[in-house]
Design a protein around this ligand. Structure first.
Ligand SMILES: Cc1cc2nc3c(=O)[nH]c(=O)nc-3n(C[C@H](O)[C@H](O)[C@H](O)COP(=O)(O)OP(=O)(O)OC[C@H]3O[C@@H](n4cnc5c(N)ncnc54)[C@H](O)[C@@H]3O)c2cc1C
Length: 399
């Protein structure tokens, strides 16, 4: 019998395991249907908030040594304007294969047990209380508390609301002639109000992807053809850059599940966290930092009960409040960003970008809306050496 069983060892579940270990709670088992290291379909971008979290979780040095620092963000508006904003390594790209493994190893170093492959199929309940989990082969794992961190496709979530999701498709290429450390966000009309991206993974490899709404306004599944939209996006924006490049592997897609108001994330004996609790940003699709923060809240909630400072009901209520306090503002701002993207506002911002006062405002607004934190001014009078640009994009790669 464990104190805690965690289903899913992505950033959410692994962060919860690390945070429990940091609190001296190590009779914990981390379960995943896959062995580590393993791949995860993801842009692998770590925002400033994610980089703060990795420091707290004790893997900051490893992430910095393995990740590709993002020095600038190139934003292309729906009207084809382009802005280049310095990010001064405030964000990084680190392949999920490596990033998730670092977190899992950190949890193991703290004394947490990793058990893979273990595909959870059912929660074990006694008198309406979750007391463990059953695996695909019938094996059972019993625990005083269960944390469900099984991601977008969570089969355990108690949230009765229909899922809202972002559909994605992405691919990888080698030998792409891109500026080192530059990340692209391309707000193409075909993807409105969402965007396409190019993230540098280092040594000439990039990942490029698109995201579009998974449902229309009435909640019906979108009928847009994702593959055709992606092909069009690549032709419109990256034909030149990819001319001499080699595609690595096949295109991959995965939904990103989001919410604006955090819903039911606990039942007696269990907490739900990360993307299983729908904690991604509705305008950017970011979910790694939210998953890690959520995992840390879950660890603290369980620790409060195990230490005896709170009863379970009080700890679970604290857990929900932490999520609402932490994420509601950013998720509401995400809807404002969606509205701005679909209107000429970003174009106007880009046009005004040569005015230093406006530039400072743009940097501030984009910094909080996109990164959740800092991006910096690139104007001649600012600290950055790189000159700013705002110019009509050719709708094809500039290289
Ligand atoms: C194309 C794409 C690009 C993205 N790009 C970014 C980005 O650049 N930056 C960013 O911050 N976010 C990005 N995201 C979002 C991010 O990937 C997720 O929000 C984040 O991984 C959520 O973390 P999590 O730990 O909650 O879930 P996951 O990372 O999905 O981890 C869930 C884990 O649970 C395991 N699991 C699932 N079911 C079971 C089961 N039944 N039994 C046992 N184990 C199970 C899985 O194997 C997995 O290891 C992107 C998402 C997509 C789809």
């Amino acid at each position: 019998m464990y104190d805690v069983a965690i289903i899913g060892a992505g950033p959410g579940g692994a962060a919860a395991a690390v945070a429990l270990g940091q609190r001296g709670i190590t009779n914990v088992v981390l379960l995943d249907r896959e062995g580590f290291p393993r791949d995860k379909t993801c842009g692998s971008g770590l925002s400033p908030n994610a980089l703060k979290m990795v420091e707290t979780l004790g893997i900051g040095a490893e992430v910095k040594s393995l990740g590709v620092p993002i020095n600038s963000v190139r934003i292309v508006t729906q009207g084809g304007r382009e802005m280049i904003v310095a990010s001064d390594a405030a964000a990084m790209v680190l392949l999920r294969r490596h990033f998730d493994h670092l977190l899992v190893k950190r949890a193991q170093d703290l004394g947490i047990t990793l058990k893979t492959p273990f595909r959870a199929v059912e929660l074990i309940k006694e008198a309406d209380r979750v007391v463990g989990v059953t695996g695909f082969d019938g094996e059972t794992v019993r625990a005083r508390y269960v944390l469900c961190a099984d991601g977008a496709h969570s089969i355990f979530s108690p949230d009765p609301r229909p899922k809202r999701s972002i559909s994605t498709l992405m691919g990888w290429w080698d030998d792409v002639d891109v500026e080192p450390g530059r990340l692209d966000m391309v707000f193409d009309k075909n993807l409105s109000p969402l965007y396409g991206w190019l993230f540098p993974e280092g040594q000439g490899r990039v990942n490029i992807g698109i995201c579009i709404d998974g449902q229309d306004a009435s909640g019906e599944k979108s009928k847009r053809n994702l593959r055709a939209t992606f092909r069009q996006f690549l032709d419109d924006h990256y034909a030149k850059a990819l001319a001499g490049a080699t595609q690595v592997g096949a295109f991959k897609g995965h939904p990103i599940v989001y919410t604006t108001w955090v819903g039911e994330i606990s039942v007696p004996g269990a907490l739900y966290l990360g993307e299983a609790a729908r904690l991604t940003h509705n305008a950017t699709g970011e979910g790694i930092s939210q998953a890690m923060e959520s995992g840390t809240f879950a660890a603290e909630a369980v620790a409060r009960v195990l230490r005896g400072s709170h009863d379970e009901a009080a700890a679970w209520s604290w857990y929900l409040m932490q999520h609402r306090k932490r994420f509601t503002g950013a998720f509401v701002a995400g809807h404002a960003l969606r509205a701005a993207v679909a209107s000429p506002v970003l174009d106007r911002m880009a046009d005004a970008y040569n005015n230093p006062m406006v530039r400072k405002l743009v940097v501030k607004l984009l910094g909080s809306a996109l990164a959740g934190s800092s991006v910096s001014d690139t104007s001649p009078g600012s600290d950055s050496a790189e000159p700013p640009t705002s110019q009509p994009s050719s709708r094809s790669s500039r290289r």
